[in-house]
Design a protein around this ligand. Structure first.
Ligand SMILES: Cc1ncc(COP(=O)(O)O)c(C=O)c1O
Length: 444
């Protein structure tokens, strides 16, 4: 059967996009103009554009037109397949929603009307502009207690915050205590800096203070890395009693506490932070990736005054300063309530996704936070994750096992599902496929 005309045209355009003849951001003609150009019906032109959108090659923006996507970037909403391998991506957590571009447009418009715009084109203070540090510090007050803006440094994302902490405050060869399952980005910082990670036993993402104490007697541990409020990948929120006991151990062995708050905003009633309880030995690292947009690369580090000079030195050596355009955008969103609204939307969206996950998985055990866009499925000890991951790949779904999160030699058997970025209407079907693969593995 000859190929339908609309598919033929879609293929031709797809080739032009894939070969880079149509570059990212190029605006395609209106459906009507396209129809006239090729002598086809308007409905056929609409089908061509629909097909390109379905393949993740273009994006339609209401009232503005259709644009060529950047194929080097993973897709979030609107289409969920990664452009490179055609798999549905449940590996990377990429929250986002269709309104994000509108938020960006409004933010940029507001920024463009700000006074002294030219100042943003210059080098900035390494730790950020003081008035913006103040805005960020004040926005955090509710959860962290009072934060001195002089002790808050603006970084190029939370990952940069972790890197400058490790580079500035620890030395190659130092021992750092971590959870048996931890954030892979912190593992890579440690590997790069030659730090030795020491996995400390705990319960589902909550470190056991007695185990930390025992390890401190056998090794000269310098720091402990924790995600106490919404652990990644397990979603746990550490209770206050455990926090207080960990603080006792940290005092006893003179440990630096690195408190990663990347997902803390998801917890509506968090216990007190380590920063608020032991500011003199805590470096608190946060960012705006998860609450508003991953691509902004804006974060912050709050540290004791005694460490600030050293951290500033590392910012100077790495990025010089976080871009003022971005910090201006984000602090504008803090001031006009956009960030608070986005945070609330993310929590609600995460909660809906968790409900879909639990309803779909039935009695399969799940570890997660009730507002998070990710979940951890520990497997029955008789099962292995690898064959299930491969089987799901054959069905077009990419999920990960525990290896990238594990700090122990024996990698636990588990599946990690990051579903914050897939279209919500497809979630139940996708998770149903995962559930069926798990049931099949159990039956085999
Ligand atoms: C636990 C945790 N910490 C820190 C980060 C770094 O986030 P960013 O650099 O995007 O602010 C991430 C990102 O995935 C994370 O999951």
């Amino acid at each position: 059967m000859p190929k339908a005309r609309y598919l033929h045209l879609a293929d031709t355009l797809a080739r032009a996009i894939q070969k880079g003849k149509l570059t990212p951001g190029t605006k395609l003609p209106t459906h009507r103009a396209f129809a006239e150009q090729f002598g086809i019906a308007l409905a056929t032109a609409t089908r061509v554009y629909g097909e390109l959108e379905r393949r993740g090659l273009v994006v339609g923006e209401a009232g503005r037109g259709t644009f060529v996507r950047d194929l080097g970037l993973p897709i979030t909403l609107g289409a969920h397949q990664t452009a490179n391998d055609g798999l549905v991506d449940l590996v990377f957590n990429m929250p986002g929603d269709a309104g994000d571009a509108d938020i960006l447009r409004a933010g940029l418009r507001k920024l463009a009307t700000a006074g002294d715009l030219e100042a943003m084109l210059r080098y900035q203070p390494h730790g950020g502009r003081l008035h913006e540090r103040r805005i960020i510090a004040e926005s955090l007050d509710a959860s962290l207690g009072s934060v001195d803006p002089e002790c808050l440094l603006v970084t190029s994302g939370g990952q940069h915050g972790l890197a400058i902490t490790a580079l500035g405050l620890l030395r190659a060869g130092d021992f750092v205590a971590v959870d048996p399952l931890t954030y892979p980005g912190f593992k890579s910082v440690c590997a790069l800096q030659g730090l030795n990670i020491v996995p400390i036993e705990g319960r589902a993402g909550v470190m056991d203070p007695d185990a930390l104490d025992r390890h401190c007697h056998t090794r000269d541990i310098k720091a402990v890395y924790l995600m106490p409020t919404v652990h990644s990948p397990l979603g746990a929120v550490m209770d206050e009693v455990t926090r207080l006991r960990l603080i006792d151990v940290a005092r006893k062995h003179d440990l630096l506490i690195i408190e990663d708050a990347a997902y803390a905003f998801l917890e509506p009633s968090p216990p007190k932070t380590f920063l608020s309880m032991v500011p003199e030995r805590t470096v608190h690292v946060g960012g705006f990736s998860k609450s508003i947009a991953t691509g902004l690369r804006l974060g912050y580090v709050i540290a004791p005054q005694t460490h600030i000079e050293r951290l500033v030195e590392v910012i100077r050596a790495t990025t010089w300063n976080a871009p003022a355009l971005i910090s201006g955008l984000v602090t504008g969103w803090i001031e006009d309530g956009t960030l608070a609204a986005s945070t609330e939307t993310r929590r609600r969206d995460g909660a809906t996704r968790q409900r879909i996950c639990r309803a779909t998985m039935g009695d399969i055990p799940i570890l997660s936070h009730h507002n998070a866009g990710f979940a951890w499925l520990p497997l029955d000890p008789a099962l292995r994750a690898d064959p299930i991951v491969s089987q799901l790949k054959e069905k077009g779904i990419s999920v990960s096992g525990a290896a990238s999160f594990a700090t122990t030699l024996a990698v636990p058997q588990a599946l990690r599902l990051a579903f914050g970025g897939v279209p919500i209407e497809e979630l139940s079907g996708l998770l149903g496929t995962v559930r069926d693969a798990l049931h099949k593995a159990q039956a085999d």
